[in-house]
Design a protein around this ligand. Structure first.
Ligand code: FE2
Ligand code: FE2
Length: 154
């Protein structure tokens, strides 16, 4: 893979992760006072770590991370809007799982595509971010399952 292609891909992940930080912070505020609110707040911190790791990688490759606007809404056909406001906990969890799945699929794809030509750190960051998204997805999915079992309505 060419360095420029890799930089473009890493920058896309950078934007996705920045979007996730904003998303989970907004959700934490929205569900304030609940256990989920605390989970969203802590998850946002992990996503910020992903942002920082990606920014460092991009800079090491001689690039500079930049925001290309909202990359999350297009994943939902643009329906989400800039406020990233999902209604109700059930839809919120479903949306989060969708975003995390997208992130995981793309991390796996890039990890497969790059060898060690850019050094071991790149693969380590992709692996670590992937594992974190996997953990987030598992928690969201389990909470959603509880929610559905209880038959709660949004
Ligand atoms: Fe992330
Ligand atoms: Fe995540």
């Amino acid at each position: 893979m060419e360095r420029e292609d890799l930089l473009l891909k890493l920058n896309w992940f950078y934007c996705l992760e920045v979007g996730q930080v904003e998303l989970y912070q907004a959700q934490s505020k929205k569900f304030k006072g609940s256990y989920e609110s605390i989970v969203f707040e802590r998850t946002a911190l992990i996503e910020q770590e992903h942002v920082d790791l990606l920014a460092a990688l991009i800079r090491e490759l001689g690039g500079e991370p930049y925001l290309i606007g909202d990359v999350i809404s297009p994943l939902f056909g643009g329906l989400l809007g800039k406020t990233l406001a999902f209604t109700g906990l059930q839809k919120t969890l479903q949306g989060n799982i969708r975003i995390e799945n997208k992130a995981m699929a793309d991390y796996v794809a890039l990890h497969k595509e790059v060898g060690d030509e850019f050094g071991p750190q790149l693969q380590t960051v992709l692996e670590h971010n992937l594992v974190d998204e996997d953990v987030h997805t598992a928690w969201f999915a389990r909470r959603l399952e509880d929610y559905e079992l209880l038959g709660l309505e949004d």
